[in-house]
Design a protein around this ligand. Structure first.
Ligand SMILES: Cc1cc2nc3c(=O)[nH]c(=O)nc-3n(C[C@H](O)[C@H](O)[C@H](O)COP(=O)(O)OP(=O)(O)OC[C@H]3O[C@@H](n4cnc5c(N)ncnc54)[C@H](O)[C@@H]3O)c2cc1C
Length: 310
């Protein structure tokens, strides 16, 4: 007999939305959250309806505060160290040794950006402050500025996107040659193509000033975007429990999970970036909410079938 209806690992927008719906659905729930959402390096979360511009910590603080009234939900600030199948459900062990059991497990642990994979010295100082992964998240704040786009591919779909927010775009391929025809097209659209390797990003207080090349030349820039593959799932839990991999629409390798969050492993769900690679705050929250609605439906139907609520 499992004492909990559901455990949610991770409390970013996906996990906390799932927790909110679980509380409203009267489910006995535990949320374990290491409290390090992916965008913690930024000062402002953008595009989240009614919370546009708040600090990522504030978004978490508001979510925690609003969860308090749901007495069936317990929030634990902590780290899950291990998960395993146990009977018909799952066993979850926290770093402090606490062990929990549940029939249903939601993995909402997001993705982690590994900046060392980028070969862009100086990136740590500017990441999330003036150089970002997502134009929807931060393009507006830098519209019309002198923008850098770091991408090893001259074919990158992000070129028209960044160009949409500014007429002044320099594409840095960091040592990768761009096909001459493509280069002509890019330059014809006003995009400066810089194939020379990057020596470092020059910044002051997190604000990008210039991109210095190995020749010592500098290209002055105010802000930038990165379009490269440099992130990975924050935890291996879903894979360890048997969920397979597939490619998403952008060619990224992601977990093979249904749009509802349900996986091929009975009782195991994956939501948010952990499922989609880079969902954004609103989409991740929506995934968490929709997934938990499905779980509440399933539990209610099961209790009905068993006559438990007769
Ligand atoms: C620099 C930057 C800026 C961004 N800006 C925006 C923006 O302005 N607008 C926008 O829509 N999107 C933005 N994003 C994207 C956004 O951060 C993610 O899409 C969103 O956070 C995904 O939500 P999530 O709940 O899936 O994961 P996360 O928010 O990453 O939350 C995952 C949570 O799981 C916890 N966790 C991980 N492992 C464990 C474990 N073992 N045990 C317990 N807890 C664990 C983490 O600590 C974290 O709290 C930005 C991303 C970056 C990198």
């Amino acid at each position: 007999m499992h004492s909990l209806d559901v455990i949610i690992i991770g409390g970013g927008p996906s996990g906390m939305s799932a927790a909110l719906v679980a509380g409203r659905g009267l489910l006995k729930t535990v949320v374990v959250n290491a409290e390090r959402p992916r965008n913690i390096v930024t000062t402002a979360s953008h595009g989240f309806l009614s919370r546009d511009g708040v600090h990522p910590r504030e978004l978490l603080a508001i979510s925690k505060e609003q969860l308090k009234k749901y007495e069936t939900v317990r929030y634990i600030a902590g780290l899950v160290a291990r998960v395993a199948k146990a009977g018909e459900g799952f066993e979850v062990e926290l770093k402090d040794g606490t062990q929990l059991r549940t029939k249903r497990l939601v993995v909402a642990t997001g993705f982690t950006d590994v900046l060392s994979l980028l070969s862009l010295p100086g990136i740590e100082e500017v990441y999330g402050k003036s150089v970002y992964p997502c134009v929807f998240c931060d393009g507006f704040e830098h519209r019309g500025e002198r923008l850098a786009l770091f991408s090893k591919s001259g074919e990158d779909f992000y070129v028209p996107m960044v160009r949409h927010w500014s007429k002044d775009v320099a594409l840095f391929t960091n040592g990768t040659a761009v096909d001459s025809e493509r280069k002509r097209l890019l330059e014809g659209r006003g995009v400066l193509v810089v194939e020379e390797a990057v020596a470092k990003l020059v910044s002051i207080g997190g604000k990008l000033q210039a991109v210095e090349l190995t020749s010592g030349d500098r290209v002055e820039r105010d802000a930038g975007f990165i379009s490269d593959d440099y992130s990975k799932p924050s935890t291996p839990f879903a894979e360890q429990l048997g969920v397979g991999k597939t490619q998403n629409g952008w060619g990224m390798e992601v977990l093979d999970v249904l749009p509802s969050g349900a996986s091929t492993v009975d009782g195991l769900y994956v939501v948010g970036d952990a499922r989609s690679g880079f969902g954004g705050l609103m989409a991740s929250a929506a995934q968490g909410a929709a997934c938990m609605e499905g779980i509440v439906h399933e539990i209610a139907a099961q209790r009905w079938a068993e006559g438990a609520n007769a």
